[in-house]
Design a protein around this ligand. Structure first.
Ligand code: SF4
Ligand code: SF4
Length: 56
């Protein structure tokens, strides 16, 4: 299971640079995680200021 970003995302961009596989990108309305690229490392979860990232 890949990590997922909820609609709570405020598009701050903090998570994008934490991802070792570049699975996170700006999807327009909010940031999104590519489930096929995410390796479930959890690095992005802790940097989100609004706790929008969780394990899907
Ligand atoms: Fe990237 Fe790891 Fe977050 Fe998956 S869990 S999106 S691999 S930082
Ligand atoms: Fe959105 Fe959280 Fe990532 Fe910021 S760190 S872009 S609020 S998911």
């Amino acid at each position: 299971m890949a990590y997922v970003i909820s609609s709570e995302c405020i598009s701050c961009g903090a998570c994008e640079g934490e991802c070792p596989t570049s699975a996170i990108s700006n999807g327009g309305e909010q940031y999104v995680i590519d489930a096929n690229t995410c390796i479930d490392c959890g690095a992005c979860e802790g940097v989100c200021p609004v706790e929008a990232i969780s394990q899907g």
